[in-house]
Design a protein around this ligand. Structure first.
Ligand code: ZN
Length: 452
């Protein structure tokens, strides 16, 4: 694999210390970031690794650092690739098909009947469409749960994006157990596919769609295959009320008692309606939480207690949920929604500040998905998943505070260049290796069949 040198970018590292380097160079070798130093200082402590060719002696001057390709980051802000902690990517196919409805009728009357008509290749092309959209928005990794997960995995490998993929498991389907067997086999076979970009998990849809006997088998399967679990938890008030009436416990307590939180990692999507005991449990087990403010607002599910979860030490990431309930995969927008929603809801403009919103979209999501040691920060030793945004634009001027601009003023269209696993997947606004017209053609034909 090639080495890349990106020079003179403003680098927002999203590391624990919140380091922002006003002008820095980043060196990529293979799939990793191997050097990061202030422009003009030419290396230093965090400079080029010994695996790279350097002209002679110590790298005292940056001109001595040589890479296969050099690109300029002048006028650009570099961020770690954004991480979408919860979605159903192929639901791009249903974007705009059913809106402005409550969750259960929306699922039961509109979404699930149409999904019954899905074919494997529909999911492949729906995922390719979502991958193109995410790459263009600087999103380098997503966590997915859907039908025909093998097709999702193929699209991840082909598109160059990174993802955690799990098959959706619904207890009411007649072949639920058979699907679970397939999901476990998939989790073993596809583990670390696509040069390690693919991580497999198991995806029981939600406590209310998975009876105890299925849940037990999922948990045993996760331990056997040594994979994590991705599940929707406490999305609506009704879900929590029904659970308390039926089994005398909240969904969080039911999952804890079933042993589900012993799997690693566990990603619980939504967590909107929580008791104090639930919050303590999620913190105790370090369950990854995906906050999905866009979907929660659109479906009027409620407001997740994110400020309380963060204060208690919970692992909180950010997700879009499926594109049928958002309706896009734009994580900059999601970070902005998170920052705004909690201010409005609490009546306190100091909660979820810009930095916190961006942390959730990067390092927080990475930790929630069990990827905290690989992605979510611009740091030597991390995978080279990063995005460069063009800040030389009216809506990002003057540059008082780059963190503020990223959270409150930047948008997906500002992303010009994206690397994933050390490979350029978007270069100066052009997708590398994905043919958008082909994707549109495929999706257009498939959607025509689905809605007919
Ligand atoms: Zn979801």
């Amino acid at each position: 694999m090639a080495s890349w040198l990106i020079r003179n970018a403003t680098v927002v590292t999203m590391d624990e210390a919140g380091t922002v380097l006003p002008q820095a160079d980043v060196l990529i070798n293979g799939s990793e970031i191997v050097g990061l130093w202030p422009s003009g200082s030419g290396g230093g402590a965090a400079g080029p690794s010994t695996s790279l060719r350097v002209n002679s002696g110590t790298p005292a001057l940056q001109t001595e650092v040589r890479a296969d390709h050099t690109i300029t980051g002048e006028g650009m802000v570099m961020i770690p690739g954004l991480i979408n902690a919860h979605t159903h990517c192929a639901m791009t196919l249903l974007r705009g098909y059913a809106d402005d409805m409550p969750l259960m009728p929306w699922l039961q009357e509109r979404i699930w009947p149409l999904e019954m008509k899905l074919q494997e290749e529909d999911v492949y092309w729906g995922t390719m469409l979502g991958a193109a959209e995410m790459i263009r928005a600087g999103v380098t990794c997503f966590n997915d749960m859907y039908h025909y997960f093998e097709a999702t995995a193929r699209a991840v490998v082909d598109s160059g994006i990174r993802a955690n993929v799990s098959g959706v498991l619904l207890g009411f389907l007649p072949d639920a157990e058979e699907r679970l067997e397939r999901a476990i086999a998939f989790a073993k076979q596809w583990r670390e596919a696509g040069d390690g970009r693919l991580v497999t998990m198991l995806g029981p849809h939600a406590p209310y769609t998975c009876p105890d006997h299925l849940l037990e088998k999922v948990i045993a399967g996760a331990h056997e295959a040594k994979v994590g679990i991705h599940i929707h938890v406490s999305e609506t008030a009704r879900e929590v009320k029904d659970s308390q009436q039926q089994v005398g416990k909240t969904p969080v307590q039911r999952l804890k008692d079933a042993g589900l939180f012993d799997a690693r990692p566990v990603l619980a999507a939504h967590c909107v309606h929580l008791t104090d005991e639930d919050i303590a449990t999620l913190v105790e087990y370090q369950v990854g939480i995906s906050h999905n403010p866009g979907s929660n607002m659109k479906l009027a599910s409620g407001v997740a207690p994110i400020p309380r979860l963060l204060a208690a030490g919970a692992v909180v990431g950010l997700g879009t949920d499926g594109p049928a309930s958002n309706n896009n995969l734009d994580m900059l927008e999601e970070a902005r929604l998170a920052a705004l929603l909690h201010k409005l809801h609490s009546g306190d403009p100091t909660v979820v500040p810009a930095r916190t919103a961006l942390e959730m979209a990067t390092r927080g999501s990475a930790r929630a998905l069990g990827l905290g040691d690989r992605v979510g920060q611009i740091k030597v030793g991390m995978k080279a998943d990063l995005a460069l945004l063009d800040f030389h634009q009216p809506h990002l001027f003057p540059p008082h505070d780059v963190i503020s601009h990223l959270a409150y003023a930047a948008r997906a269209g500002d992303v010009r260049t994206v690397f994933i696993n050390g490979r350029p997947v978007l270069m100066d606004g052009k997708l590398q290796g994905l043919d958008e017209e082909e994707i549109y053609g495929q999706v257009r034909a498939r959607v025509k069949r689905l809605v007919s």
